[in-house]
Design a binder for this molecule. Structure first.
Ligand code: IMP
Length: 216
């Protein structure tokens, strides 16, 4: 099996047999996603390695379909057990836009473009959705989802995180945007952490999972 060239390992992953069910590869080029994921999964004793690889994208308005396709493609390329994650921001007053087109929207009109579209709009409700797709050479794709409800702020606030973090105020928070929170605070509330926790519970419950303490 040929290992991809650039793998960033979470320190906890070093030592022991890394492929015994407690190491997972996250295929992404987004270091923020990786940092969020590795911190959540570490709580479950799962180490995360970052596979800096591109995956084929399908044109679809369905996050699940995109994630499923990318996971299959990543496993085919690497032969490793892999998760990929696809997320999007869904704004109610914009009928769910940008949703699955969040990445393109961020690169083109950006956070300020969304604020502009919502100028004078009273209903600022929005949610982030995350879909994690897990697959391995022996297993079919499994999907795990997470949603966080919130509102779009009136202006850009904070510089932490990435993407639309500085304009999203989670309802269950204290009024700050994700951009005003550190990664652990965001992880207590975010769509991604919810999907990751669902994945981790399932991954841990599999019979071949052996917790770090029982490794030799
Ligand atoms: P991706 O295709 O899953 O990387 O996400 C699409 C786009 O949605 C990203 O480029 C970000 O702009 C936005 N996005 C996804 N997740 C988050 C998040 O947790 N915070 C802020 N923006 C996000």
């Amino acid at each position: 099996m040929r290992m991809p060239e650039r793998i960033v390992m979470n320190r906890r992953a070093r030592g022991g047999n890394p492929l015994r069910g407690r190491l997972i590869f996250l295929a992404t080029r987004n270091i923020h996603k990786f940092n969020e994921a590795r911190r959540v999964l570490a709580e479950y004793g799962i180490a995360t390695a970052m596979l800096r690889m591109g995956t084929l994208e399908v044109q679809s308005d369905d996050l699940e379909e995109v994630a499923r396709f990318r996971a299959l493609n990543a496993v085919e390329k690497t032969g490793l057990p892999i998760i990929v994650e696809d997320a999007g921001l869904f704004v109610k007053a914009l009928k769910g836009f940008p949703g699955p087109y969040s990445s393109y929207t961020y690169r083109t009109i950006g956070k300020n473009g969304i604020l502009k579209l919502l100028e004078d709009v009273e209903n600022r409700e929005a949610y982030f959705k995350s879909v994690i797709a897990y697959s391995s050479p022996e297993e079919p794709v499994r999907l795990f989802k997470g949603i966080v409800e919130g509102v779009i702020s009136l202006k850009v606030r904070g510089s932490s995180g990435f993407g639309f973090d500085p304009i999203f105020i989670p309802l269950e928070g204290d009024g700050r945007t994700f951009g005003e929170m550190d990664v652990d605070e965001k992880n207590r509330l975010s769509h991604r952490s919810k999907a990751l926790r669902r994945f981790a519970e399932w991954y841990k419950s599999r019979s071949e999972f052996s917790p770090p303490s029982s490794q030799q």
